[in-house]
Design a protein around this ligand. Structure first.
Ligand code: NOJ
Length: 511
């Protein structure tokens, strides 16, 4: 792979709490990841993105960081992290770490010093005011201001334990530049940037008004930060910046991907798109056009640790995803969802650009919607009534019952007993399993730098070629359709119906 590896990489998201537990405390850790690196090598992924592993009070599962230059003891130590980076590199796998610049933990020394009245107060958004300074609604729902004992208010777009940093302050900028260098010096190949569009706020603190510029989404000043991060990344070789940018306007979204800014960003437009031929095709076209204009690689994302697993989404009547439209607990046909998820894997792995796999999607895991409210840990639940815990359940590795060798203790969230045929062990060697489908597809993905072109196969069918001898055909109509002329069938997501491609099935063809 070229040094611009991020342009067509398959990137696997490890959610450290739930990947594998090495010490029996029921929470995944670096020892567990190191012991299971073979799974990722066998899957054939190019890189791993690690969700935060830093010291944290875990008010938001580690997205409340109290020290960016160390590892939380629940996950291990800095030297174990360095060993993991080295071992991944030996296995040909790059490592992307997660940096959270919008906010830090209320237990971070800066915030403690700020509360004590130090100069660090200016690193945050403290306001003196009789009433709450604004009526903004936070990203998890609820208010965005908390009052301190001295009567001042501080801003937090997420939980009160995640005070927002003041990016107008040069010390904040300097600190994060130093954190980037800290991890690049330790071999990190990329940085995933959390809440990348939220960093700046309108300092006059206006209310949110429809049709007016938003006071804290996507302020132009943020681009200057990413330009300076890009310059830092370029001091090293082959390092990528990948933004978490939720942005309905695709033009504003690709502003983050201009040649001197981020290398890539997650395609949430695609993630939220319905399983529908017209909507999917227009989403793909919109993505390809917008990225081509700035010369950035498109990305294809089906799931992550914040959204309902796509086996579940695609098994519902409403197959879209958005935080505003809570579908938790609505009826799901898991067989249909699984069939579509298999087809979606062949779709995302054959479009131009890079593809993201969220841990467990290669096993066909579904959302665990049966977690007892007392066991839920996600702070979003109390504020929005939607929980992200259901997609964060520990992976099943082997055995016939929970904890499926995830841990020798009790997993921090319960696993469904029905996952016994979704373990890595149960699926390995079974040609019909989701795991073998992913392994084969990633292994066959050799067409990545060839041209993309749509192929017209009629209503409800999405078909495209890559170069001259590869095609993917996905049947989203409600009847079987004939295949185009081909030499071989390389891979099919479900069995064919004689010569016909059944509905909700994708096939890779050699032409
Ligand atoms: C996005 C992360 O993916 C999510 O898990 C987290 O809660 C918020 N940002 C706040 O950091």
């Amino acid at each position: 792979m070229t040094m611009q590896w991020w342009r067509d990489a398959v990137i696997y998201q490890v959610y450290p709490r739930s990947f594998a537990d090495g010490d029996g405390d029921g929470v995944g850790d670096i020892a567990g990841i190191r012991a299971r690196l073979g799974h990722l090598r066998d899957l054939g992924v190019d890189a791993i993105w690690m969700s935060p592993w830093y010291p944290s009070p875990m008010a938001d599962a580690g997205y409340d960081v109290s020290d960016f230059r160390d590892i939380d003891p629940v996950f291990g130590s800095l030297s174990e992290a360095e060993a993991l980076i080295a071992e991944a590199h030996e296995a040909g796998i790059r490592i992307i770490i997660d940096i959270v610049p919008n906010h830090i933990s209320s237990e971070h020394p800066w915030f403690k010093a700020a509360l004590a009245g130090g100069k660090e107060r200016d690193y945050f958004w403290f306001r003196k005011s009789q009433n709450m300074p604004t009526n903004w609604t936070g990203e998890f729902g609820g208010t965005t201001w908390t009052q301190t004992p001295d009567g001042d208010w501080y801003l937090h777009l997420f939980t009160p334990e995640q005070p927002d940093l003041n990016w107008e302050h040069p010390d904040v900028r300097a600190e994060f530049e130093s954190i980037l260098r800290f991890w690049f010096d330790r071999g990190a190949d990329g940085i995933r940037i959390d809440s990348a569009a939220l960093l700046f706020k309108d300092t006059t603190l206006p209310e949110v008004v429809d049709g007016e510029p938003h006071p804290f989404h996507d302020l132009d000043a943020v681009h200057d930060v990413y330009r300076s991060w890009r310059r830092i990344a370029e001091e090293y070789e082959g390092r990528a910046l990948i933004g978490e940018v939720w942005m309905p306007d695709v033009e504003r979204f690709t502003n983050y991907l201009r040649p001197d800014e981020l290398h890539a960003a997650f395609n949430f437009d695609f993630l939220g798109c319905a399983w529908d031929p017209y909507l999917m095709r227009s989403c793909i076209d919109r993505t390809l056009d917008a990225h081509a204009r700035v010369g950035a690689p498109p990305t294809w994302v089906l799931s992550n640790h914040d959204v309902t697993r796509h086996v579940t989404r695609y098994g519902r009547t409403d197959t879209t995803f958005s935080f505003e439209n809570n579908l938790d607990g609505t009826p799901v046909d898991l067989e249909l969802g699984t069939r579509r998820a298999r087809a979606a894997a062949l779709l995302t792995l054959s479009l131009p650009g890079s593809a993201y796999i969220y841990q467990g999607e290669e096993l066909g895991l579904w959302e665990n919607e049966n977690i007892d409210p007392d066991q839920m840990q996600d702070p979003m639940y109390a504020r929005r009534g939607h929980t992200r815990d259901g997609c964060r359940v520990p992976l099943p590795w082997s055995g016939d019952e929970p904890p499926f060798d995830f841990t020798t203790g009790v997993p921090w969230l319960p696993q469904p007993a029905e996952w016994k045929d979704r373990t890595v062990q149960a699926q390995t060697g079974d040609p019909n399993s989701m795991l073998e489908l992913y392994r084969s597809a990633i292994g066959l993905r050799t067409f990545t730098d060839t041209d993309f072109a749509w192929l017209d196969r009629g209503e409800g069918v999405l078909a495209w070629t890559r170069g001259t001898d590869f095609a993917c055909v996905l049947n989203l109509s409600d009847a079987p359709v004939p295949l185009p002329e081909h030499r071989d069938i390389l891979l099919a997501s479900s069995s064919l119906d004689g010569d016909l491609l059944p509905r909700d099935t994708a096939v890779w063809l050699r032409l």
